[in-house]
Design a protein around this ligand. Sequence first.
Ligand code: PBG
Length: 323
Amino acid sequence: MSFPAQRPRRLRRSEALRGLVRETRLSAAGLIYPMFVCPGTKVRKEVSSMPGVFQQSVDQIVEECREVEELGIPGVILFGLPESKDPRGTISTSAQGVVQRAIEEIRKANLKLLVITDVCLCEYTDHGHCGVIENGEVANDATLQVLAVQALSHARAGADIVAPSDMMDGRVGAIREMLDEHKFGEIAILAYAAKYCSGFYGPFREAADSAPQFGDRRSYQMDPGNVREALKEVALDIEEGADMVMVKPALPYLDVIRRVREEFDVPVGAYNVSGEYAMVKAAAQKGWLDEKRVVMEILTGIQRAGAGIILTYHAKDVAGWMK
Ligand code: PBG
């Protein structure tokens, strides 16, 4: 049967009709808002390449978390800018670290927000790599212990979910074991399972002050050409105990999100990263794009590809528009 019996335009005649038959319905319930915690008090410094995103001291983080909760966003993910750095990122495991203190204060404020933490070393090492260096290389196994202890310190501070983003082999298992040993069996792991070596992290490295001081991250983050390898990474992380998995970045990897969604039965997230955000913001500021329209279209696309959870710097704007 085809035209004139078939007229797809019939279902596009009004917003009510379009809404009724819409296959992908964006909602704030699937959004996670990333935040950057820095030392000090009353600090709120905008990241120049990410308008609307701030490096903030713990007190300010708590204030913004109240807003995030009021907007109906279920959770935040925290990144730390520590007071000092060293070759092993030791301060990342301290109970007095900025992230650990932020978690505690969010808890004290009685917010219902899910607190997720990024577990990685790049913000805490003086060389900016995501692991410890041995013989000029990022050493996999020597890094696992530091990551596991860092995750444990986040759990002790009150985090709900830890999210390892370092891409070392075996880190999900090492973290799961450490958490279980210390009776944190209920803390979930959201693994950055398929994390690509991407130019789209550029603005984040300014925000988190985490650019590598030598070389690049190609020996641990994934090559952009690969999708079968992403499925392998996801399978390994699930085997090691990941409760949820993530693909990152989002827009250049929609096919990866789709494949992961189809082949695995765990919740799938996508990280709409700093560079994706910065492109939209820059074009909108120049009047070249309608910001609201393209942001809704982008997030709808990421969800349609298969991501039920989206980490995005647009979260507050989107939740506000949908209210
Ligand atoms: C840390 C980390 C990065 C991002 C999230 N966690 C940076 C990187 O790997 O270089 C990027 C997030 C973004 O660009 O918004 N390992």
